[in-house]
Design a protein around this ligand. Structure first.
Ligand code: ARG
Length: 570
C-alpha cells in the first residue's frame, strides 16, 4: 500500500469504530499548504452529517482513538473538522532507507492481464501526426503496467484491409516496377488516388480487385502483402526512432480477423440481437439516438454482405476477452471515435463477447492543433508526415544545444540533439491532459524552463554531475537521515512516487506522472539551494547524497516509464 492508502485505511477504520458503521471514507488528500500538514482527511464532516452530530466534536473523538504509530509526528483538528496529518521525519528516513534502489517500487501483488490497443495506424498511407498522440501516450501506459508486473499484451490493430487496398493493388498492377515506387508511400497513395478519381475504368477495376482480394485471389493477395510489408517496415522504423516499444510481434491487424467475422454475425443472430434496417444487419442498443432523436443502430454488415470497422472490433473484443483472457482492454484512440467504441462495447456486453469480468476502456485523446487553433497541418494545408516532424524536432534541438553548450564535441551535440528533440515532442504531448485538444508549439516544448523535456533532462543530468564533479559513486549505499524542512519536503515527494504510479495504472493519465516528476525536480532544486551537499558537514553529507541519488533514480525511472531517454550529461 502507498502512504495515502495506508492513511486512508487507518483513518477510515477509526471512523468506522466510532460510528459503528463499516463503510466510512477517510477521504485523504494531499494538504494544500504546509501549515495544514502533509495530508488532510476530509471524511469527518460527511460522517457527522450522516450521524447528525457536530463535526468538531466527532473529530475530537476520532483523534482520541486514531493511532498512526510512527507515521505521524502530529495530528491536528482544523477548521470545521479537517484532520491534518504531519508525517514524521523518522518515518520518512526509515521508509526511504528501506527502499529497494534497483526498482524503487515492488511489483504488484495482484497481477492482471492487460491488453492495450494503441498506435494502430492505417497502412494505406504513410504514418502521419494523427497517430502520434495515441502512439506516445499508449506506449507510456503500456510501459507502466509492464514495469509494475502486470501481464501486458500490446495489440497494434493496423488498418490493413478495406476498399483502399483495391485501389492500391490496381495501381501496382499498372506499374512496371512498383517496388521502387513504394519507397514513398505518401506519393504512391496520392498518385493511385488520382488515377482512381480521374479514370472510371481504373475505378471499376479497383472495385473488382477489392472483391477478388476479399475472396482470396492469390495475385491480389500477393500484391497486397507486398504493399503491407513495405508499410509495416516504415512504421517499425518510426517506432524505433521514437523509442516506442511496439514490435512486429505485437501486430494483430484488422485482416487477422477476416475469417472470424462471419461467426460474429452468426453469434449475434443466435442471440436474437440482429435487426435488419434498409438491408443492413444492425444491433439497436438502448439510449443511442441520432440528432433527430431516432434510434441509432450499430451496423455490423452492409446489404451487399460487406463487414465494417465495427464488425472487426467485435471480433477483436471477443478474441481479447475470451482467448487472451484480458482483465482490462484499453483502447488508446482518438476521441472522435468515442461513439464507435460506446456502440461496440455495448454490443460486446449484450452478446457476451466481453464477460462481466472484462473491463473495456476507451482512453481517448484530443486532436493535435497548430498554433493557429486549427488541426495541425503543413503550411500548404496537407497532413504532416511523422518522419518530417521528427526530423524538424531534432534539427531545432540541435540549434538549442549549439546555443547552450557550444563547447560539446560535434558527435555529442548530435546525440544530445536527437534525444532532446524526440523527448521534447513526446513529453509535450504526455504532459498535457490527454482528453483535451493540444497545441503543438516548438518553442514551448524546447524551452528549458517549465514542465518540458529539456528542463527534466537537465534536472537529471545536473544531479548526476554532482556525483561526477566530486568523483563520488552514484551507485553507493547512502544512509538517509531527514531533518531540514527542504529535506522533508523532498523525502515526502520521493515517497509519493508510489501513489502516482498506482493512480496512473488506475486512470491512465500520464500527465499526472509528468506533473509529479516536474514537482519532484522543483523540490530537489529548493533542497539543493537550501542545503549544501558536497560542502555539508560530515554528519549531513551522506544523507544529502542519498537524497540526490534517490531523486536521480526516481526521475530516471519515471522518465523511462514515459518512454523518455535520459542523458548522463547535457
Ligand atoms: N486504424 C484506426 C484509425 O486509424 C484506429 C484503430 C484503433 N483500434 C481499434 N481497435 N479500432 O483510425
Amino acid at each position: 500500500m502507498n502512504l495515502r492508502e495506508i492513511l486512508n485505511h487507518k483513518v477510515s477504520e477509526a471512523l468506522d469504530s466510532i460510528s459503528g458503521l463499516t463503510d466510512c471514507q477517510a477521504l485523504i488528500n494531499h494538504a494544500k499548504s504546509p501549515q495544514f500538514g502533509h495530508y488532510q482527511a476530509n471524511g469527518v464532516m460527511s460522517l457527522a452529517k450522516r450521524l447528525g452530530r457536530k463535526p468538531r466534536e466527532l473529530g475530537e473523538e476520532v483523534l482520541q482513538i486514531l493511532d498512526l504509530g510512527e507515521i505521524a509526528e502530529k495530528v491536528e483538528l482544523a477548521g470545521p473538522g479537517f484532520i491534518n496529518i504531519f508525517i514524521s521525519p523518522d518515518f520518512l528516513t526509515d521508509t526511504l532507507n528501506k527502499q529497494d534502489k534497483s526498482r524503487l517500487l515492488p511489483t504488484t501483488d495482484s497481477p492482471q492481464t492487460i491488453v492495450i490497443d494503441y498506435s494502430s495506424p492505417n497502412l494505406a498511407k504513410e504514418m502521419h501526426v494523427g497517430h502520434l498522440r495515441g502512439t506516445i501516450i499508449g506506449d507510456a501506459i503500456a510501459r507502466s503496467f509492464e514495469w509494475m508486473g502486470h501481464k501486458l499484451i500490446r495489440q497494434n490493430h493496423f488498418g490493413d484491409w478495406g476498399t483502399q487496398f483495391g485501389m492500391l493493388i490496381t495501381y501496382m498492377l499498372e506499374l512496371e516496377n512498383p517496388q521502387t515506387r513504394l519507397e514513398n508511400l505518401e506519393i504512391f497513395y496520392r498518385d493511385a488516388k488520382k488515377r482512381f478519381d480521374e479514370d472510371d475504368d481504373f475505378a471499376k477495376r479497383a472495385r473488382d480487385n477489392v472483391v477478388k482480394l476479399q475472396s482470396g485471389d492469390s495475385k491480389c493477395l500477393q500484391l497486397w502483402q507486398q504493399f503491407i510489408d513495405v508499410s509495416v517496415e516504415h512504421c517499425q522504423e518510426l517506432y524505433e526512432k521514437l523509442h516506442i516499444t511496439l514490435s512486429k510481434s505485437d501486430i494483430t491487424p484488422e485482416s487477422y480477423y477476416n475469417d472470424k467475422l462471419a461467426s460474429v454475425i452468426s453469434e449475434l443472430e443466435e442471440k436474437h440481437l440482429l435487426e435488419e434496417s434498409e438491408g443492413a444487419k444492425c444491433v439497436f442498443l438502448d439510449n443511442f439516438t441520432n440528432k433527430d432523436g431516432d434510434p441509432l443502430p450499430a451496423i455490423v454488415q452492409k446489404s451487399d454482405g460487406a463487414y465494417l470497422y465495427a464488425t472487426t472490433d467485435l471480433a477483436a473484443i471477443r478474441y481479447r476477452c475470451q482467448e487472451l483472457h484480458a482483465d482490462r482492454v484499453l483502447y488508446v484512440v482518438d476521441a472522435r471515435q468515442s461513439l464507435h467504441f460506446q456502440q461496440v462495447f455495448g454490443v460486446a456486453r449484450l452478446s457476451g463477447f466481453a464477460g462481466e469480468d472484462c473491463s473495456l476502456e476507451h482512453l481517448s485523446y484530443g486532436t493535435m492543433m497548430g498554433k493557429d487553433g486549427k488541426p495541425f497541418k503543413t503550411r500548404s494545408g496537407g497532413t504532416v508526415k511523422l518522419i518530417d516532424l521528427i526530423e524538424e524536432g531534432i534539427e531545432r534541438a540541435y540549434r538549442v544545444v549549439q546555443e547552450k553548450n557550444p563547447e560539446l564535441d560535434e558527435d555529442e551535440k548530435r546525440e544530445v540533439a536527437r534525444a532532446v528533440g524526440i523527448s521534447a515532442i513526446k513529453y509535450a504531448d504526455l504532459s498535457k491532459n490527454r482528453n483535451s485538444d493540444y497545441v503543438f508549439d516548438w518553442d514551448q516544448m524546447l524551452a528549458f524552463d517549465g514542465n518540458t523535456a529539456p528542463y527534466m533532462l537537465y534536472a537529471y543530468a545536473r544531479i548526476k554531475s554532482i556525483f561526477r564533479r566530486a568523483a563520488l559513486d552514484a551507485e553507493a549505499d547512502y544512509q538517509l537521515s531527514i531533518n531540514a524542512p527542504e529535506e522533508r519536503e523532498l523525502a515526502l515527494k520521493l515517497l509519493q512516487f508510489a501513489e502516482v504510479i498506482d493512480n496512473l495504472l488506475l486512470e491512465c493519465y500520464p500527465n499526472q506522472l509528468c506533473l509529479y516528476l516536474y514537482e519532484l525536480a522543483g523540490s530537489f532544486m529548493s533542497f539543493y539551494e537550501a542545503c549544501p551537499v558536497l560542502k555539508a558537514e560530515p554528519q549531513y553529507k551522506e544523507s544529502r547524497l542519498g537524497l540526490c541519488q534517490l531523486t536521480a533514480l526516481t526521475l530516471r525511472q519515471g522518465l523511462e516509464l514515459l518512454g523518455i531517454e535520459t542523458l548522463e550529461r547535457m
